[in-house]
Design a protein around this ligand. Structure first.
Ligand code: FAD
Length: 508
């Protein structure tokens, strides 16, 4: 069977790329190994609870933002409901209990009130982040614009250049003296990377700008709603999305990717089916493409290109179903970052991410604080989430793995109990998802949802482009440019589709 484009994986990057290409008239085939579309952007049912797998919050939709343009074009806003979060987050650390407002002018004022001696630096901080956001909005998009601006890039985009040469932690150290202020601003840095002193300022500042400027959002009913909508949109545009179909290899001819071999998902013995296309787009993890799906010279070249690249950290989640919403026992905030008291400065964040679960900092997200649509009337769901690493779980036998999961849940819930007395008593259901769970459902190596680490050395332009070094093969995922998270994967999918369309036009 021949297609214009075959997309391996129905994560947000794959779905967005396929939706744009199908809308433009391409004949597309999306192959997904799981029985649901969405990758990390999925939900699962337990009792009457809908558990959200991969969305705490996504940054909002600035009038001129690229994401808003994409969602407008794909008619997402008419079909998926977004719920604005009441505040950004709460930080609890030692004597600090700070609620970061979702309005950045108010955030600035409250931080200046609390840290008057840092007022000038606070002003500079927000000016830099918001300025970077404006530069990103005005990035050259067409080939012509890119040509004109290349030599003048540092002149037009000084903050962007600076952000790719600094770490988030280094930037904070240059600006601020008070560790409490740094910790408040870095509370959610774990959403980007495990070490603020290795985290590229570009990823941190670009992401934070989205939240500071446009607020945080949840998808009503869970992220599965967005993934399902995109799948149905592709089908309405004449595209095919096949679930439970695992791609086992990419077919190359004269060094060019021309198709794939796939089989019924999870059935090792089913016959392989061939499908051919003008190009192949991998939403699947790039290391997987290099080591498993591409054979021969093409695979070796991609392995060599990526040999030095480091994979990002993973996360552990305790999924919780509550008999009654935590607000009934006094919770007031959607997401609370609990920074452990053993941390004395931002420099300790990395070692804390590897500490025991009796000390590891965590975030508690209470979906019951908004109209999330995840639980029946009078009940609620929530998650406790921490940084985590597949290597700490890999060699455990089944029983030890199960016991460790139970122990970790007990530890984290007991620590939450100290902040929110009574939480234990209202838990009706609990389940732990480890990095290995993420790996099992998405095939992402080491269960990383963010692709290659968003560190200084793999920042922005150093990230793999959407067009691979193998002719006919493209990338649309958190692993490729621009990066991870919902917004990153959606932008990766769309820019990948634009690249494919540009190359197709040039060929014609
Ligand atoms: C617990 C958790 C919390 C998160 N919280 C947030 C958050 O609050 N905000 C935010 O912005 N981001 C968050 N993220 C990150 C975000 O969800 C991901 O970065 C993003 O969804 C990744 O999208 P992707 O397109 O790269 O693909 P993925 O979601 O990784 O999906 C890849 C898809 O490819 C499929 N696939 C792989 N190999 C094959 C094959 N051989 N054949 C067929 N199919 C294949 C997989 O099954 C999968 O469906 C979170 C993630 C997790 C896990």
């Amino acid at each position: 069977m021949n297609y214009d484009s075959i997309i391996i994986g129905a994560g947000l990057g794959g779905l967005t790329a396929a939706a744009k290409l199908a809308k433009t008239g391409q004949k597309v085939l999306v192959l997904e190994q799981h029985d649901l579309p969405g990758g990390c952007a999925t939900t699962f049912q337990r009792k009457k609870f809908t558990m959200e797998v991969g969305l705490h919050e996504m940054d909002g939709f600035g009038e001129n933002s690229f994401k808003k343009k994409i969602f407008d074009e794909l008619e997402v806003f008419d079909n998926v409901e977004f719920v604005r979060l009441p505040e950004f987050y709460r930080t609890v650390w030692k004597d600090i209990d700070f609620v970061f407002p979702e309005n950045f002018e108010e955030a600035k004022a409250r931080l200046k009130d609390m840290f008057p001696e840092e007022a000038v630096a606070i002003e500079k901080y927000f000016r830099f982040i918001l300025g970077l956001g404006l530069e990103i909005e005005n990035l050259p998009r067409t080939k012509m614009q890119k040509r004109i601006k290349k030599s003048l890039f540092p002149l037009f985009y000084p903050k962007l250049v600076r952000s790719t040469l600094n770490t988030a932690g280094g930037f904070m150290d240059k600006l601020f003296h008070d560790e409490r202020l740094k910790m408040i601003l870095l509370s959610n840095s774990s959403y980007y990377h495990d070490n603020p002193y290795d985290l590229s300022l570009f990823y941190f500042a670009a992401g934070q700008n989205g939240y500071y400027s446009n607020g945080g959002y949840f998808i009503k009913g869970g992220s599965q709603k967005l993934s399902n909508y995109l799948m149905n949109y592709i089908r309405q545009q004449g595209g095919e999305v096949l679930l439970r179909k695992e791609v086992v290899s990419i077919i190359t001819e004269n060094g060019r990717a021309v198709g794939v071999n796939y089989r019924e998902g999870k059935t090792m013995n089913s016959a392989e089916i061939q499908a051919y296309a003008g190009q192949v787009i991998a939403n699947a993890a790039i290391p997987l493409v290099a080591k498993k799906l591409l054979h021969g010279d093409a695979g070796i070249r991609l392995q060599q290109q990526t040999a030095q690249m480091r994979t990002g950290p993973s996360v552990l989640t305790v999924y919780l179903g509550f008999k009654k919403p935590p607000k009934a026992i006094g919770n007031r905030i959607y997401s609370t970052f609990v920074i452990d008291d053993s941390i004395s400065s931002a420099k300790d964040i990395l070692s804390n991410a590897h500490a025991g679960f009796d000390k590891r900092s965590f975030v508690f997200v209470d979906y019951g604080m908004i109209d999330s649509g995840l639980a029946p009337e009078g009940k609620a769901t929530g998650v406790i989430c921490t940084m985590d690493y597949a290597s700490d779980w890999k060699d455990l036998d089944k029983k030890t793995y199960r016991l460790k999961k139970a122990e970790v849940a007990e530890n984290l819930i007991s620590r939450l109990e100290k902040i929110l007395p009574g939480i234990k008593k209202i838990i009706e259901y609990q389940e732990v998802g480890t990095p290995l769970t993420i790996e099992r459902y998405t095939f992402n190596p080491d269960g990383t949802p963010y692709g290659y680490a968003q560190n200084l050395h793999q920042s922005a332009r150093k990230r793999l482009s959407n067009k691979s070094i193998v002719p006919g093969l493209y990338f649309a995922s958190a692993w490729s440019s621009p990066g991870g998270g919902f917004t990153g994967a959606i932008l990766a999918g769309y820019t990948c589709a634009l690249k494919v369309l540009e190359d197709t036009r040039e060929k014609e």
